[in-house]
Design a protein around this ligand. Sequence first.
Ligand SMILES: NC(=O)CCC(=O)C(=O)O
Length: 261
Amino acid sequence: MKIASYQMDIVPGNPSENRKKITMWAEQVCKEQKPDILVLPEMWTTAYTLPTLEKIIREDEEDTESFLKQLAHKLNVNMVAGSIAVWEDGVIYNRSLVLNRKGDMIHTYDKMHLVPMLDEHLYLKGGNHSAKVFELDGRKMGVIICYDLRFPELARSLALQGVEVLFVVAEWPSARAGHWEVLQQARAIENQLFVVSCNRIGTYDGVEFAGRSMVINPWGDILSKASSKEEETVHATLSLDDVKRIRKDVPVFSSRVPNLY
Ligand SMILES: NC(=O)CCC(=O)C(=O)O
């Protein structure tokens, strides 16, 4: 299974420019590499333009969900389309979207842990539905959003639902870049699954973002990793049978004693 993760800079508060960037990138990467899954970062239509987010979303002249459906269908590619700010019933959610090759929206997830360090809780509402598994090309996967990475219980609950690939879509700041790398490896090792991340680069409102998007195998090895400052695509081919093999060699799941903790 071939992955292409787009470590991009985001034009703040300008959904149409960001849609254009993604169209150009997706068309090129699909033509040259023929990936099975494209991955985008967190809040890629707007960046963290939190105080003006509602205005930006309401004035956006195109529906991003329809845009993504058309793109996935046209390119015959699955998309873990990062997350976007969605205005619904008077509140804003940070919502992750997943589409299959036919352009069907097969999964959504609203970020449940809002990040206090970026004041997200002052402007957004946290999701109150548990994270669920989705299937792309017949394999079980899950997606979490940025700060969610700090909560091992969430990744474990997805692993227990059978997830083999965990996507982490992010706008993770450089100030905590060390945590970004180690936590991804920890989630991959403890849950014996692939971790595929997509972080943004660039700076907004004085915050510099860390890049370093990566793909990690279920043993914890980094298969592919982007730089900290450049727009680039992280490519990797996932051998999904490694999940079963590693879980057999180190049988963590059958050694658990959840009644004791
Ligand atoms: N966008 C985010 O959720 C950032 C998370 C973060 O800065 C951290 O966990 O540290």
